[in-house]
Ligand binder design. Structure first.
Ligand SMILES: Nc1ncnc2c1ncn2[C@@H]1O[C@H](COP(=O)(O)OP(=O)(O)OP(=O)(O)O)[C@@H](O)[C@H]1O
Length: 229
């Protein structure tokens, strides 16, 4: 479903992602884990097209999107939940979700979105900026989901979220997989969260993938070591 080959990304002269390969199947959730500054956000921004690709290719469901704009990539099935959520604080919850409908024909928000996030239905007329961090995260996921993605990218969804709500976000990601056969790629530093959602865990270090395990084979002590400074 998502096929990334020899992807490199640079900031000016400085290369931040060094030729990474990633193949993710339909109905698979992959966690990319690494410390601050290891390249998670750079990788995700290049996948959605906010940062230009220096080399390599990105394919979604067999279609090469490497040279496409972000808008075209969304139309071709990638959706992105950015770090820090980036919801529109002065727009209502409904209006925020509607911004995700730009690339699809039917402009109505599917009922299943409110079934997944009942709190968003209750708060549909509230301003996004008045929601809690966890509710804003749900809003950012809902906004991404209404574009009907084949590949959903989430950049550090648990950042700044309290532990009890982190569990809710994990449950939501697992529900999404049951409802739709999509690929989920999540960047994270919280191992308990990725162990609850991911089929595979990849460790990124200084812009390269240095370790990979299926969840059932993960040695949590070893991954924790990679994640500690
Ligand atoms: N706008 C930029 N200009 C130059 N270098 C950058 C820029 N943004 C990030 N970098 C560098 O790229 C590398 C990867 O940063 P990135 O933000 O992708 O890491 P990250 O793993 O997402 O960390 P965090 O969890 O802190 O967001 C770092 O060395 C960082 O200093």
């Amino acid at each position: 479903m998502l096929e990334v080959s020899k992807l490199s990304v640079s900031y000016g002269e400085s290369e931040a992602i060094h030729g990474v390969d990633l193949i993710a199947s339909k109905n698979e959730t992959i966690a990319v884990m690494g410390r601050n500054g290891m390249g998670k956000t750079t990788l995700f921004k290049s996948l959605i097209g906010v940062l230009p690709v220096g080399g390599g290719s990105i394919k979604v469901d067999g279609v090469d999107v490497t040279k496409m704009t972000s808008y075209q990539r969304v139309a071709n099935g990638i959706a992105y939940v950015p770090q820090g959520r980036m919801i529109f604080p002065s727009m209502t919850v409904l209006e925020n979700i509607q911004t995700g409908l730009e690339t699809v024909k039917d402009k109505t928000i599917p009922d299943e979105i409110f079934a997944l996030f009942p709190v968003l239905f209750d708060m549909r007329q509230r301003k996004g900026g008045n929601l809690s961090g966890g509710q804003q995260q749900q809003l950012a996921i809902a906004r991404a989901l209404v574009s009907n993605p084949k590949v959903l990218l989430l950049d550090e969804p648990t950042e700044g979220i309290q532990p009890s709500i982190i569990k809710d976000i994990a449950n939501v990601l697992n529900e999404i997989r049951k409802m739709r056969e999509i690929t989920i790629i999540v960047s994270e530093q919280v191992l308990s969260f990725t162990m609850a959602v991911a089929d595979r865990i990849i460790v990124i270090d200084k812009g390269s993938f240095i370790h990979e395990d299926l969840r059932e084979n993960v040695d949590t002590a070893q991954i924790s070591k990679y994640l500690s400074v």
